[in-house]
Design a protein around this ligand. Sequence first.
Ligand code: SME
Length: 159
Amino acid sequence: MTETLAITPGQDREDTYRQLLPQLLAMIEAERDRVATLANLSAALRQAFGFHWVGFYLVQGNELVLGPFQGPVACTRIAHGKGVCGTAWSTNTTLIVPDVEAFPGHIACSAQTKSEIVVPIHDEQGDVWAVLDVDSSNKDDFSDVDRDALEQLAAWLIR
Ligand code: SME
């Protein structure tokens, strides 16, 4: 694996994902250390799309603890069922929040975040071991295009 991304500028998001996903899979296959992989996946997603914040929260007991991320400093612990991340975990579903101010209990790590998508990542039993959180400084920035691509990524991270 090279340590650079090949992304053609000016493509729409779907085309960018089409170009990016095989490179993300190559990163996953090339490195067995989980933290190293999650760190580079965060960097790649942020670099490709310019998102405000991209990162992973890892399940530790009854809470999520901040893992590898790219972007401004963030809250370190989120309880089960709290905020968008804790709700994606407790409901075991991908959540797209078009307007974070309209989401009851949203945890505002950064005032710049306007919309977000959170995707659970499973183990082989179907239990959540982490969530991927992608935050945008634009309202309504996420669609099924992001859901499909990021759920594909999550499927490659089943452990
Ligand atoms: N907004 C998230 C918290 C994590 S940060 O935005 C990085 C939430 O409500 O779960």
